[in-house]
Design a protein around this ligand. Sequence first.
Ligand code: MG
Length: 385
Amino acid sequence: MIKRVTILGATGSIGTQTLDVIRTFNKEEPRFAVVALAAGENHSLLSQQISEFRPKWVSLKHERDLEALRHQLGSLAHGIEFIAGEEGLQVLAAQSDADLVVNGLVGAVGLIPTLTALRAGIDVALANKESLVIGGHLVRDALEQGGAKLIPVDSEHNALFQFFKSCSTEEISRVVLTASGGALRDWPLDKLDNVTSQDVLKHPTWQMGKRITVDSATLVNKAFEVIEAHWLFDFSFERLDVVIHPQSVVHGIVELCDGSVLAHWGAPDMRGPIQYALSYPERSCTPYGKLDWSSLRLEFCSLDKRRYPAFEIVVEAGRKGGAFPAVANAADEVAVQRFLKGEIPFTRIPEILKAALEAHKSVVRPVLEAILEADRWAREYARHV
Ligand code: MG
């Protein structure tokens, strides 16, 4: 049976790698049909993707880019439904007749399409962190409402998801996420005030976008992943932990109630988790994620809270719930931008997060509009504090 796939964020890192995997899978025999592609502003790359994969639905952020895209496509544009903006994302998420929506969008804009697809009963392969970080309880409700599945694409959660498939929650006593520790892991603490954006952007093991690379150095990314794991697996924060693992080969660890420890090993290549999510519930044999492990030396150590003060601040926002995680996410995004522009030192990032969270007025179980409002407020706050 051919699986119909919609890809949101098609020209980004997750989107292009998803198409890579689909191309490889389809070489042997046609297994996937790409029914819809949504991108932001890169209409040139989207045009190439459309020529190759022939989706029926296409969306871009701006109407003017859609015009340029239609022009580029010429006669290939016939029979394609074009829609612009956030409305386009929603329509593609629910109406493109997909079996699986791959959400590779970056930012809070990814939340609504996740909810829309899940409510419509369509499975989602989720790479958009914000969906669970800022809207965890809404995603849970949408899962219940639509009866669909959520398959995490983030490498750590994908690893843990594979354990949760074979063990019950009661059997698992502790879940441990691994963190590389980022580019500044071995820097002297008293030098952190003076690090430049170039220093931080040299991530030791993963090739990623700028924000997430900075978030790896502050461990804010890992704190978000703890919040994601909490919502994904219905696991309390007390039973979620993080260890530093510089080689990024072990992605997730679970301790079972009988003392056994299971660890998921894999190459640091996002196409591994992507292929798992595409093939789920089956497992496919492909060239991705193969790991030559026989000569590896692996290290694990507990995280030094003095080096990563932002970690605890953001996990605490997750524990408090409400719109606190949305505030942490928005304030972090702005603080990281300000650091990358050279406006603030690296060590100011956790201070901005802390200030924004302290100034935020909490709401219990916020509706979507309240979350988006908290997001806007925190951006404004972090820009000026
Ligand atoms: Mg990750």
